[in-house]
Write a protein that binds this ligand. Structure first.
Ligand SMILES: [Ca+2]
Ligand SMILES: [Ca+2]
Ligand SMILES: [Ca+2]
Length: 288
């Protein structure tokens, strides 16, 4: 199954409320932000590939990566598969691996204790984090997870630098989503205001779920929070809680992080509207 739809996912405030918040805050375009959602779930990679491909097209296209997961300067991917053994299970993945060793403009953080990329076959560490009956790959052979937490935060930088940046689109593949409304994506702006939130489709045991969204009104995503199920991976073959849904991740796809621009294109019109409303209010007060 697959769905493509535009979601006005947050509030739909009345025009008066919008104008009120515009006057109070200067601009508040997140309140009427829209994102184009791409989502699909299925038992095999083939069932979600068309939706992944549609997301790729929406973010600039390309199917063959250049250096550092770069697709024409427009977008990036991380499939984890090229991570060396020294940075894979049982060894931790450095949080800034994909902005230093392989600069793609993302640095991870978590309330947990770190990150793991799963082992390749043929070594002494079991593949798929030691759960071959729960996980599979979308892209072979490696998967990704936070350790001791179901939360991964993704912060964006101009690739290879410490200059904070924003993206306009983010999507990923979840593995083994079995319970609804636990696994989700949240996007935040530079002021930490929530721009977008959506839960992943249930794919069943060992299934794959794609969830991504593309800004369609100039929204600038400063941080993505990924909530992967409710369970945690403690170490290879060890869960934090045997009774709740464990979910891990495969491919990340995102628009190449770029320097934030202020004001945003969508804000210009709103700012003008706010100024107009303010002017009208003052004129009305003056006329009374
Ligand atoms: Ca499972
Ligand atoms: Ca992979
Ligand atoms: Ca699960």
């Amino acid at each position: 199954m697959s769905y493509l739809r535009t979601v006005r996912s947050l509030c739909k405030p009345s025009r008066g409320l919008i104008l009120g918040s515009l006057i109070a805050a200067g601009f508040a375009n997140h309140a009427i932000a829209g994102f184009i959602v791409f989502e699909a779930a299925g038992a095999t990679p083939a069932l979600i590939t068309p939706t992944r491909d549609a997301f790729r097209t929406a973010v600039g296209g390309g199917t063959v990566a250049g250096a550092n997961g770069d697709f024409g300067g427009l977008r990036r991917e991380i499939n984890w598969d090229g991570v060396p053994n020294a940075s894979a299970d049982p060894n931790p993945l450095a949080a800034d691996f994909f902005n230093t060793t392989s600069p793609r403009g993302v640095v991870f953080s978590t309330p947990g204790t770190g990150f793991l990329v799963s082992a390749n076959a043929g070594g002494s560490t079991p593949i798929l984090f030691g759960f071959p009956n729960d996980f599979q790959t979308f892209s072979a052979q490696r998967l990704f997870t936070a350790v001791n937490s179901n939360i991964t935060d993704v912060n964006f930088f101009l690739p290879g630098t410490s200059t904070a940046a924003t993206t306009s689109a983010f999507g990923l593949i979840f593995v083994d989503v079995e319970v609804a409304n636990l696994t989700k994506l949240e996007f935040f702006d530079a002021g930490n205001a929530l721009l977008f939130s959506r839960t992943a489709l249930v794919a069943g045991n060992q299934g794959l779920s794609f969830l991504g969204a593309v800004a369609n009104a100039g929204e600038q995503i400063s941080r993505v929070r990924i909530t992967s199920g409710a369970n945690t991976i403690v170490a290879n073959g060890v869960l934090g809680d045997p009774n709740s849904d464990v979910v891990v991740m495969d491919d990340f796809l995102f628009a190449t992080p770029a320097a934030a621009t202020i004001p945003e294109p969508g804000s210009l019109g709103l700012l003008g509207l706010g100024t107009l409303a303010f002017g009208l209010m003052r004129r009305r007060q003056r006329d009374q």
